[in-house]
Design a protein around this ligand. Structure first.
Ligand SMILES: [Zn+2]
Length: 344
């Protein structure tokens, strides 16, 4: 994998390649952008290009250095990421980095330390790292990645060259899935939309066998929303999607939150498609082409203002997930509010 394999981040890659070409390498970088858009890949490629035996601007992917970095066994390139039950980067991690970075390079040209998801550094770890950033050892480069720079100490941000990474255009994710993973075109279109511009998320979703099941259940619930009691709908959803009779009991709540969030994202795409069928007919492409027939059956069940109300409810419920409201309560509220809206 070289810089050429990073899709949708032309500006960031151009900036890095220019720095490499002109030998203007910062002692510290901060790659900022959503998860799954190529920050870690770019960090590894920067480490490779800095140490590559054959090229100074882009990694060759053939020399011993490039191969060792790809296999995570190069002694001069280290990768630090959040670990432990609290998923954090601790002061011990950074102390070890400070010791190692002070040594000369073993076999490469530059020591490169990649600190992934740097927003998970404890405050003690961040303050310890600050000392290294204030007096950077020669021949070393620190590459931090983070979802956003506001969650880091501003004293850290100000000592790094910030390189922004963007969400990837959906059509590029779609063609990547079709071309490199043989995903069916309509499924690739759906996954790209659900991924919200994160290739990492799209690659996870493509292997999620539950997606068709969740989608079918959502369509079933929409078709019965007006005539079924909420307790039954919640019960069925728990059983069929969460494999449990309650969205919390005895299981990992974090896992439920993720699944519920994914389900709400899927519900949003279905509602958006129904609104499109009502307004524009066939002219705007549907996200859920695979269930076009089922969507058409729902087209006349709800008015546009009801669908708008549903979408607002879904947005509210996503906020509740963020604020750690119990998934069971969220599900109950979701169907209750939607039903209220459908009866209005
Ligand atoms: Zn190389």
């Amino acid at each position: 994998m070289s810089f050429n394999d990073i899709i949708g981040q032309e500006t960031a890659v151009k900036l890095l390649r220019n720095s490499l070409k002109h030998g203007r390498i910062s002692h510290a970088y901060l790659f900022v952008g959503p998860n799954g858009v190529g920050k870690k890949l770019a960090a590894i490629n920067l480490a490779k290009a800095l140490n590559c035996e054959e090229s100074a601007e882009i990694s060759c992917d053939r020399c011993v250095c490039c191969k060792k970095i790809d296999a995570s066994i190069h002694p001069d390139v280290k990768y630090i990421y959040p670990t432990g039950p609290s998923l954090s980067i601790t002061i011990d991690n950074i102390r070890e980095l400070r010791t190692q970075i002070s040594f000369k390079t073993y076999e490469g040209k530059k020591k490169a330390y990649i600190i992934a998801e740097a927003e998970n550094m404890t405050i003690q770890a961040a303050n310890c790292l600050l000392k290294t950033l204030e007096e950077p050892p020669e021949n070393s480069v620190l590459i931090l990645t983070a979802a956003d720079s506001h969650s880091l100490l501003q004293t850290i941000v100000s000592r790094c060259q910030v390189v922004p990474f963007n969400r990837i255009e959906l059509h590029r994710i779609e063609s990547f899935l079709v071309k490199h993973h043989g995903v069916d075109k309509s499924l690739a279109h759906f996954i790209a939309n659900l991924s919200q511009g994160s290739l990492g998320e799209a690659l996870k979703l493509k292997d999620d066998a539950q997606i068709p099941l969740v989608k079918a259940k959502l369509m079933d619930i929409l078709s019965r929303l007006k005539n079924e009691d909420v307790i039954t709908l919640v019960g069925e959803f728990n059983k069929e999607v969460f494999n449990n009779d309650n969205a919390e009991r005895g299981r990992d709540v974090a896992e439920y939150r993720n699944k519920l969030h994914m389900s709400l994202d899927m519900l949003t795409t279905c509602l958006r498609d129904i609104a499109i069928l009502k307004q524009a007919g066939e002219q705007v492409p549907l996200i859920n082409l695979d269930i076009e027939g089922e969507l058409k059956q729902l087209e006349n069940k709800f008015s546009l203002s009801q669908i708008d109300g549903f979408l607002n409810t879904v947005t509210d419920m996503k906020m509740h997930i963020k604020n750690n409201v119990s998934p069971q309560l969220i599900l109950e509220r979701l169907f209750l509010d939607m039903q209220g809206n459908a009866d209005a």
